[in-house]
Design a binder for this molecule. Structure first.
Ligand code: ZN
Length: 216
């Protein structure tokens, strides 16, 4: 039986900015200068925050870095976390290490797909497929072929298998919601099934972007 996967939804997630100095240094080696995505090949990310975070289970450090409460990571199971997630330090504005949070960047990151009305294009700078699916989100079955217990929801959050879902629900059920992620064998957006976060040149020959509004 293939694993089932669940996304972790934190209504209270604190959106927080790194310091401008950190952001300027990160551009080009950790983050794409154009789209702000975490670049391929990046491992642990140590990030300095511009303000003290709210005590929420997860943080979204703009533009594209996720962080989890360390006791939440312990609930997931540190052996699985260390095997499948690059952990990094969260640095407070005063330069001290934040002992509550760690940044989380899964070794295997998955992009959600959607229907034909999804918005997507390829970043001209880093080549990442930037895909926004609003409704009827799903992941492609080949993206979970390794059947790992933990994957990344892109670079910002984690998807977990059913046994980890159960542990989170027992310990964090009042603060976090867990939603089953549909796994599809066939894409429903009119694009090739095998498109992922980093399409190959061969895949891009057949690819057509779909953009809701052109930036001016
Ligand atoms: Zn980019």
């Amino acid at each position: 039986m293939p694993q089932k996967y669940f996304e972790i939804d934190d209504d209270s997630v604190d959106w927080i900015r790194p310091t401008e100095q950190w952001l300027n240094r990160a551009k080009g080696n950790v983050l794409c200068t154009e789209c702000g995505s975490v670049l391929p090949g990046v491992g642990s990310i140590d990030v300095k925050l511009s303000k003290k975070p709210e005590p929420t289970p997860t943080l979204l450090i703009q533009p594209s870095i996720g962080a989890f409460d360390i006791s939440l990571l312990e609930t997931l199971g540190m052996d699985d976390v260390r095997a499948h997630v690059h952990l990094g330090k969260v640095i407070n504005p005063d330069g001290s290490c934040n002992s509550q949070y760690a940044t989380v960047l899964a070794r295997e990151q998955i992009m959600f797909r959607g229907k034909a009305d999804s918005n997507h294009h390829v970043c001209p700078h880093c080549g990442r497929l930037l895909y926004t699916s609003v409704r009827s989100r799903y992941i492609m079955n080949w993206t979970v072929a390794s059947q790992a217990p933990i994957y990344g929801e892109e670079s910002v959050s984690l998807l977990v298998c059913e046994s980890i879902r159960d542990k989170i629900a027992a310990a964090w059920g009042k603060r976090l919601k867990l939603y089953k992620v549909p796994v599809a064998a066939k894409a429903r957006d009119g694009l090739d099934d095998d498109l992922g976060l980093w399409p190959t040149p061969a895949q891009l020959k057949r690819y057509m972007p779909h953009v809701w509004a052109i930036k001016t």
